[in-house]
Design a protein around this ligand. Structure first.
Ligand code: GFB
Length: 311
């Protein structure tokens, strides 16, 4: 059953890549009371501040799109920060949401919650059946805990708290800071810079062999709204159906897009991370949702966004 369009929806992390896409999609779906707080206005790591905000704002629905996020290198270098800050943010929002009596909460997990060597494409039943990928164990552990909290609050208190697991996302408003970015923004900025500066060699990380599935963040956002309207269960559900390719093939697409035609080297001292991360999309598909944005088009749009914001 669809949610009332005048419900007050608090999007935690509304200025981030996922949060801003959610705001666009909520608006498009007719939600007319969407609220957000900047990091300066509200530090979600602070329990007192978060709870008093929720108490005064009284949202009906919370979407947890706020998180400390980063690519493979940031995750590898700061496992404690990724574990601690994500635990704090999600705990404060889940427990705070429960205390102020919200009617629905959508918690966003991550594909790194799956075991490193889970059968592909990864089905929701594979969660917690094997060891996590070591390069992002801190983040993944926090993300698994958030899901378990949603499940526990549902079981003990009857809360309608759901967990979605989006596959690797890219798109408008992505993070391009060196050292923090995921592979698509990292390659876009590296290749564009090399082309602009006339450099003749680029070095990518790892072997180029890992395979990743990419979903445009605007598709992920419509998937989230579909779940808010139609899903209520303790089991997490994948948001996927994106485009899968090897990092080597991705590098070729980005080289072509940016016009870089120099040499490409692979630094195998840098980690590959999970060999493959493809999510099984059958459950959400069976509920009548599918992504719409073609990968090449989406990649082009991401590059244009980069040029507009940073060039
Ligand atoms: O996107 P990415 O940083 O994260 O890297 P993960 C994906 C793949 O791209 C890895 C390779 O095999 C990297 O070695 N790669 C090649 C590069 N060149 C580069 C480069 O210049 N920058 C980056 N960043 N990668 C993250 C997790 O895993 O995915 C998070 O660490 C989270 O916890 C996120 O789950 C969705 O896909 O490997």
């Amino acid at each position: 059953m669809s949610l009332a369009r005048d419900s007050k929806v608090y999007v935690a992390g509304h200025q981030g890549m996922v949060g801003s896409a959610l705001c666009r999609a909520l608006n498009e779906a007719g939600f007319n009371n969407v609220v957000g707080q900047t990091r300066v206005q509200l530090d979600l790591r602070n329990q007192g501040a978060t709870e008093s905000f929720l108490k005064s704002e009284q949202p009906d629905i919370i979407i947890i799109a706020a998180a400390k996020v980063g690519g493979i290198d940031a995750n590898r270098n700061q496992p404690a920060d990724f574990l601690l800050e994500n635990q704090q943010i999600q705990t404060n929002l889940i427990h705070g949401g429960f205390k102020c009596g919200i009617t629905k909460l959508l918690y966003l997990g991550s594909s790194c919650m799956y075991p490193r060597l889970a059968d592909q494409p990864m089905k929701e039943e594979s969660l917690c059946t094997g060891a996590l990928e070591p390069t992002n164990e801190g983040y993944a552990t926090a993300k698994v805990t958030g899901w378990k909290m949603c499940q526990a609050y549902r079981q003990q208190h009857g809360c309608d708290f759901i967990t979605a697991i989006p596959t690797n996302l890219y798109g408008l408003n992505d993070h391009y800071e060196a050292g923090r970015s995921h592979v698509i923004p990292a390659l876009i900025s590296k290749y564009h810079q090399a082309k602009t500066d006339g450099e003749t060699t680029i070095t990518n990380w790892g072997t180029g062999d890992p395979r990743r599935e990419f979903l445009n963040v605007d598709d992920a956002a419509t998937g989230c709204i579909h779940l808010l309207d139609h899903y209520s269960d303790a089991q997490p559900i994948n948001i996927a159906g994106g485009f899968e390719l090897s990092i080597r093939d991705l590098n070729e697409k980005v080289a072509e897009l940016t016009g870089y035609d120099g040499e490409v080297k692979w630094d195998t001292e840098k980690p590959d991370g999970m060999p493959r991360k493809l999510l099984n999309d059958s459950r959400l598909k069976a509920m009548g949702w599918k992504p719409k944005i073609n990968f090449d088009e989406g990649l082009k749009q991401a590059y244009e966004d980069y040029l507009e914001r940073f060039s």
